[in-house]
Design a protein around this ligand. Structure first.
Ligand code: ADP
Ligand code: MG
Ligand code: MG
Length: 884
């Protein structure tokens, strides 16, 4: 039997035994939701889903819908006509449908939807007459032409929007609802003319031809640039594909007893319980989201549509109880009757996510583990963003108010276009993006903005949804603003604001301030955040450390819950202007005696730094890495600096220049660096060991109840003998100091695993090492054979050609680099059961990489301070997954 690529909404639940995961994988999130709601007897316009497998097949077949799938589609069209009692292109009872994308993971607004498909010149007359509502009929037709042209033929919305604006102006009206049947009829004609003008052919009249073109367009949209960027940002594999849903239309645009809405069972901004959402009368689908008119709050729907509202409230409760999570739903009311169009676990801000998770535990809906699994670990980052200084906020006077669309505090200078936001944002300037409304093209600019302010649109507008997704503050729908986008200015409360003027936005209240209000960092140890972090610690089995070079960073990380330092890079201490002089003297020394003299100047400075770090850690472990970068990075390039160095060294300028010249390397990242420095200049290793051990002794002396155990880490090892050579220097120096002190200080010596050869010979190295720490930045670079600093030039081409789906420097390549890691852990732990292993590359703060680290049995991950909460939750999620 041939493979089944299509399912009626009615079939979906039973065909997969109601298993939500398989349903989602095969039918996509939207299709699974429609099938599930149909199964539960909810009012869903009927239709069918073409599976994600059909999409994958489409790409496998060289972007073609093959004959087998085509035949199945024809079969399901017939079934659908039978169920609905309507027929495509019929002169009595024509069937109109929507064609909707729906991937496994929801990708809001990333792919395309077409509504009112099935219309043509004859059919539009039929429905105009039958319904006695020509305005509606022509509204549907012009919408269909517009969406079909945009989505299927890629003509571009803007041509049609221009025509609408011209028509509104000609008629002297503000809103599309004020256009008459005749106006819309004329618009439909103009649209078709524009279509022909752009494409050189007539708009297709045959509903089935329209349908096939639309289905193919949805498949194609899986590979559009927007979707590709979204997938990369959200770790969604390209291989998943999207399903296509073909669904009978429910009409929210038939008059004032109709409308369309979006609602959440809890607030997606704050998490508070209760129905949140918006409703727009006499409108279709995306009108609410696109900010065409500002919609009414969902609660007002109760007065206008009491029956439908009552039913909707029940549906909401049923859905939330069924899915054990906050639901995000789309619905339409046609002549007072409710139709459900979509349900999914709602996207939410991090603040909402932690509150909802805690509330659902308390309501007995979910377990602690389920609560932890429900939160997007990456999103916790948002909670660490600053908030307004309370006192300053109290004093400030708002100049306007919009809808509190995405919480957070934004203060910066005004820009009017996404491009400007990118330009200024890249320079590190803080900008607030002010727009009439935003569209998907603005996403890049939104990323670079502290906050977003829009004139039109509500809680569920594009700006609001995207801003919440990014954790960026957004105030939407401030209708009081008189916008002049062309001249880059707007008027609010009698004042004109230009580009470069300052503005502050409070995304929790919707308040707008014409001044810069100072901000303060957030606190992760109290409230819902604190509770979730405590739960994370209860379930995680790996430790979480931080990469920190200064006591300030270490303290910050400890406040975020770090259990020690996994990587302290000592070179950062040398770059200090007050120290670089002594360091340069060391580099330019001719004799060991000269070098030792220079190092003697550095030693007390390093010791003081390490004491600061040990103090900041309250007795937690601290892994300190020996000097790693190539020496030439430290030498002076300035003529004046060179002269100064020559003078202190008592040498000629020419001599110093010669030294600098000699340090030149063709490939410094693979040159004289890491442990190679101590092999050539053992006195460097001696000095660093002395500084570390003396600092540890001092701090241990001050805190007898702590157990200070410095972990000395030797970088860039590839051969056990070179490791042993450096280790011997460390041990000899340390043991002498410890013996002289009379304190029983313990210390460890270990290595970074960052050269493939080290991973390959991990069993030999492990016999000599107390710990391994995977330096996955270098390990990735050396395994792939391209450098992190140069990869930016060609990786985009690799993404575009689907060779790589994500940046291997951000998300661990578990297949290649991961294989080396797994092998090193296995070999290492077999050779030395006491060996402990961690990771300290960028990947140590990336959730999917953390999951892998847990799988291969690492003891801890180490990441930058602001990622510590993310790592704690990710580690808990990894442990919970591993238990299953
Ligand atoms: P997205 O995934 O971007 O939300 P959807 O497929 O959900 O896209 O559709 C976009 C809009 O069109 C939604 O607001 C939805 O409610 C509306 N819509 C889709 N199908 C229908 C239908 N059969 N009848 C009425 N409205 C529909
Ligand atoms: Mg939708
Ligand atoms: Mg390295």
């Amino acid at each position: 039997m041939s493979k089944k690529f299509l399912y009626l909404f009615k079939e979906g639940h039973d065909a997969f035994g109601g298993d939500q995961t398989t349903m989602k994988n095969t039918l996509g999130g939207k299709g699974a939701g429609l099938a599930e709601m149909t199964h539960a007897g909810m009012p869903v316009p009927q239709g069918f889903t073409i599976t994600t497998e059909a999409c994958t097949k489409y790409y496998e077949d060289g972007r073609k819908i093959n004959d087998e799938i085509k035949a199945q589609i024809m079969e399901y069209i017939a079934k659908m006509e039978e169920i609905t009692g309507k027929k495509f292109g019929d002169m009595e009872n024509p069937l109109l449908v929507s064609v909707r994308s729906g991937a496994r993971a929801s990708m809001p607004g990333m792919m395309d939807t077409i509504l009112n498909l099935g219309l043509n010149e004859q059919v539009v007359h039929v429905i105009a007459e039958k319904s006695n509502n020509p305005r509606w009929a022509w509204d549907c037709y012009r919408r269909f032409i517009q969406m079909f042209s945009d989505v299927v033929m890629e003509v571009g919305k803007k041509y049609f929007e221009k025509l609408i604006d011209a028509m509104k102006e000609k008629k002297g009206v503000t809103f599309d609802t004020e256009l008459t049947a005749e106006d819309l009829h004329e618009l439909a004609n103009q649209f078709k003319a524009e279509y022909k003008n752009q494409l050189g052919k007539d708009f297709p009249d045959d509903p089935k031809e329209q349908l096939f073109a639309a289905i193919e367009a949805v498949f194609r949209s899986w590979d559009n640039p927007r979707a590709n960027i979204y997938r990369m940002d959200h770790d969604i594999p390209y291989s998943w594909g999207t399903a296509v849903n073909v669904q009978m239309m429910a009409f929210g645009n038939m008059g004032d007893d109709c409308g369309t809405g979006v609602a959440f069972t809890r607030s997606p901004a704050t998490g508070s319980k209760g129905l949140f959402g918006e409703f727009l009368t006499n409108a279709q689908g995306e009108d609410v989201v696109a900010g065409v008119r500002t919609p009414m709050p969902i609660t007002e729907m109760e007065q206008k549509f009491p029956e439908a509202f009552k039913q909707f409230v029940e549906v909401c409760q049923t859905l939330e109880n069924h899915y054990h999570d906050m639901q995000d739903m789309e619905f339409t009311v046609e002549h007072g009757k409710l139709y459900m169009l979509q349900t999914r676990n709602g996207k939410r801000t991090a603040a909402a996510a932690i509150k909802i998770a805690c509330d659902l535990i308390d309501e007995g809906m979910i377990s602690e583990e389920e609560a932890l699994m429900q939160i997007d670990a990456k999103s916790l980052d948002m909670l660490l963003h600053p908030t307004f200084d309370a006192a300053a906020l109290k004093k400030a006077q708002p100049v306007g108010k919009g809808i509190a669309a995405s919480p957070g505090a934004a203060a910066g200078t005004i820009v009017f276009t996404a491009e400007d936001a990118v330009v200024h944002g890249k320079r590190g300037e803080k900008v607030v993006l002010v727009r009439l409304e935003t569209s998907p093209e603005d996403i890049e600019g939104m990323k670079y903005s502290q906050g977003i302010l829009t004139v039109r649109g509500g809680q569920t507008s594009h700006a609001a949804v995207v801003a919440r997704g990014m954790g960026t503050c957004c105030v939407s729908g401030c209708g009081d603003i008189k916008m002049d986008e062309e001249n880059k200015c707007f008027t609010l409360a009698g004042k004109v604001y230009h580009e470069g003027d300052v503005l502050s936005l409070d995304g929790s209240t919707g308040n707008i301030y014409g001044e810069l209000i100072p901000t303060v960092p957030a606190d992760p140890n109290s409230g819902y955040f604190g509770r979730i972090m405590e739960l994370a610690d209860k379930y995680k089995t790996m430790g979480v450390r931080t990469n920190a070079d200064t006591p300030k960073d270490a303290k910050q990380a400890a406040a975020f819950g770090a259990q020690g330092i996994g990587l302290c890079r000592t070179e950062h201490m040398f770059f200090d202007p007050a120290r670089i002089g002594a360091f340069r003297e060391m580099i330019c020394s001719e004799t060991v005696a000269e070098r030792e003299a220079a190092l003697a100047k550095i030693e007390p400075m390093q010791q003081a730094d390490f004491e600061g770090l040990f103090e900041a850690l309250d007795g937690h472990p601290d892994t300190i890495r020996f000097l790693d970068p190539p020496l030439h990075e430290f030498v002076p390039t300035d003529e004046a600096d060179i002269e100064a160095l020559a003078k202190t060294q008592g040498k000629s300028v020419a001599y110093i220049k010669q030294v600098i010249n000699d340090l030149h390397e063709f490939n410094p990242m693979m040159g004289h660096r890491g442990c190679r420095l101590t092999v050539t200049y053992p006195e460097i290793g001696v000095m660093q060991t002395r500084a570390i051990i003396k600092a540890a002794l001092a701090v241990q002396g001050r805190h007898p109840d702590w157990q200070v155990v410095p972990e000395i880490m030797i970088p860039l090892v590839g051969e056990v003998k070179e490791y042993k050579f450096v280790k011997n220097i460390v041990v000899k120096t340390a043991d002498e100091l410890i013996a002289a002190s009379g304190v029983a200080l313990k210390y460890e010596v270990g290595t970074m695993i960052e050269i493939p050869r080290a991973a390959l010979t991990a069993d030999e190295i492990a016999k000599e090492a107390d710990f391994f720490c995977f330096g996955t930045n270098d390990l990735t670079q050396m395994t792939f054979g391209f450098s992190r600093d140069d990869a930016g030039k060609f990786l985009p081409a690799y993404y575009a050609n689907k060779i790589y789906e994500s940046d291997p420097f951000a998300r661990l390549d578990t297949i290649g680099v991961g294989k080396l890691m797994e092998m090193a852990v296995k070999l290492g732990k077999a050779a030395n059961p006491k060996l402990h292993c961690g990771i300290c590359g960028e990947h140590g703060g990336d959730p999917s990489s953390i999951e892998f680290c847990n799988e291969i049995g690492l003891n801890y991950v180490s990441c930058s301070p602001y990622r510590v909460p993310i790592a704690r939750l990710s580690a808990a999620q990894a442990a919970i997954k591993a238990k299953k």
